[in-house]
Design a protein around this ligand. Structure first.
Ligand SMILES: [Cu+2]
Length: 77
């Protein structure tokens, strides 16, 4: 998954149910995260192994951002 922040605010993006492995450019060193903070203007890449069937919340962890629409469901079938 590629996350692009084209806003002027930080967004701590949280995926439920599965790890996101943050690609750092340091080879096999990929921190496993449930939440990745994406800074303004930043583009980050995370690897996800979709091994947990079901519907999972995927949202910004700032609740007023989530309430404003930064919320989606990730379905693993
Ligand atoms: Cu946000």
């Amino acid at each position: 998954m590629i996350l692009v922040n084209d806003s002027m605010m930080d967004h701590p993006i949280h995926l439920h149910g599965m790890w996101m492995e943050l690609e750092t450019g340091a080879g096999e060193y990929r921190p496993r995260k449930h939440t990745i903070s994406v800074k303004p203007g930043e583009r980050v890449s995370a690897l996800i192994t979709a091994d947990a069937p079901g519907d999972w919340a995927f949202h910004c962890h700032l609740l007023y951002h989530m309430d404003a629409g930064m919320f989606r469901v990730v379905s693993v079938v």
